[in-house]
Structure formats: C-alpha cells, structure tokens
Design a protein around this ligand. Structure first.
Ligand code: 13P
Length: 253
C-alpha cells in the first residue's frame, strides 16, 4: 500500500506572518497517521520560518521551484542545496504555471529533478495536458512526452520516493475538477508508462497525485481510486479548515 500524500501548493500567497499563522492552525488539527504524509509548499520567503514552525508536527516542507546549479552567478535563483538547508524535504518541479509563464521545458524540468535528487530532495514533478490537447485526443501523447522528458536519465535507485503530480491544466483554479474516473484513467496510464520505463516494482512504489480544483467535497471520491495516491492542492490549501479536511480524507473500504 502506497502512503498517501496531500500537498498544499500555496503559489504566490501569504506573507511570513500569514504563513506561520496558517501552519500553527493546521498543526492543531493534523495528527500523525501512518497512511498519509502532509506537505505544505509556501513561497521561498516563508520556508525557513516554517521549518521552525513545523518541528514536532506531521507537516513537511516543500519549495515550489528550484534552479539546477548548486551555486553561482544566477541572480534570483535558489539551489536545491539551499532549499534543503532551509528545511525542505520536497520541491515542486514543472508546475504548469511555470511551464506557461516562465518558459519551463521538459529539459529544464529534468535538470531540476536531477539536481534536486542530488541534493537529497524529493521532487514532486508536475505533468498535465491543456484543454485543446485533451479535446484533440492528445492527452496521453502529451503526458508521455512530459514524463519521459522529465525523468530522462533518472536511475532506478533515485526513483524511490519520487512523486508525480498529474494536473490537467484545464482543471487548475477553474473549479472544474477532473472526475475521479477521468483522473484514474490518466493515473493508470502514467503508472503503466513507469512500469515500461523502469519495472513493475518501481511503478508500484511511485506516488501519483492528482491536482486541479481539489476540495473537501471531492477528495474522498478521488482517493477511492486505486491509482490516485494523493492530491496537490492549490486554492483550498490556503485555509486551515479546508486543507485539514482534505488531509483527513476518508478512504472508501
Ligand atoms: P487549484 O487547486 O487552485 O485548482 O490549483 C491546483 C494546483 O495548481 C496545485 O498545484
């Protein structure tokens, strides 16, 4: 049984003060559970303050992006080593907003993934098709390209813990969630591709999260699907009550 992961991507929201207040609120309602991991991904500025705030709690820390070099004259960039040092265990890579607005490509995603693994961070690698691509029947081809490109030259031993987030672009921030059936179909496809690229054991171990308008109202139905191992949550992770309800999703028996 794969351990579920619920990760909150705060995007460009919350000052340090607001971030600390949210995590201190979350800590009150979230308790240790063997079957799930909880992660928050605040903006860079709140990472270090939150690394202190999460001590002794179940909450883990992720960055929303990184650069692939360890250090150097790269104004504005932050390295995986620095993120690790600031208290992160995870890093989101290749989010569709970065692909759309900041020219992220499968090649840069791959460089970031490999650099993160080298620094001891677990990548949460995002892939997802746009609405036109889905309508043209290109969903699987697009995802296959993103998956192959992003995981290029990542050896089997580095795949342990690796997380993939399937986020259909048309479902992000739109209130339009993929149905559990639509998401499951894609998750099963992704797992099949991982099995082909690596092995059945590797494919069975990698967690595949769904992201795109996840809410307290739809999390239980999504988590009832066998290949959906968790969620990457945007808007609904910005409030303690909605995020903690999502974290406390109820598994269908
Ligand atoms: P929403 O949950 O706001 O749709 O955002 C999803 C997302 O982009 C998480 O990374």
């Amino acid at each position: 049984m794969r351990r579920a992961v619920i990760a909150g991507n705060w995007k460009m929201f919350k000052t340090v003060k607001e971030a600390v207040a949210l995590v201190s609120e979350l800590k009150k309602s979230l308790t240790e559970a063997d079957d799930r991991e909880i992660i928050v991904a605040p903006p860079f500025t709140s990472l270090f303050p939150l690394s202190k705030e999460i001590k002794g709690s179940v909450i883990k820390l992720s960055a929303q992006d990184c650069f692939w070099e360890k250090e150097g004259a790269y104004t504005g960039q932050v390295s995986p080593l620095m993120l690790k040092d600031a208290g992160c265990s995870h890093v989101i890579i290749g989010h569709s907003e970065r692909r759309q607005y900041f020219a992220e490509t499968d090649e840069t995603v791959n460089r970031k993934a490999r650099a993160s693994l080298d620094a001891g961070l677990i990548p949460i690698m995002c892939i997802g098709e746009m609405l036109e691509e889905r309508e043209e029947g290109e969903t699987f081809a697009v995802l296959e390209t993103q998956l192959q490109g992003g995981m290029q030259d990542i050896p089997v031993k580095e795949t342990e813990g690796f997380i993939i987030a399937y986020e259909p672009v048309w479902a992000i921030g739109t209130g339009k969630t993929a149905t559990p059936e639509q998401a499951e179909e894609v998750h099963a496809f992704i797992r099949g591709r991982l099995e082909k690229a690596y092995s059945r054991t590797v494919a069975q171990g990698i967690r595949i999260l769904y992201g795109g308008s996840v809410k307290p109202e739809n999390i239980d139905a999504l988590m009832a699907k066998p290949d959906i191992d968790g969620a990457l949550v945007g808007g609904a992770s910005l409030k303690a009550d909605s995020f903690s309800r999502i974290c406390q999703f109820i598994r269908a028996c």
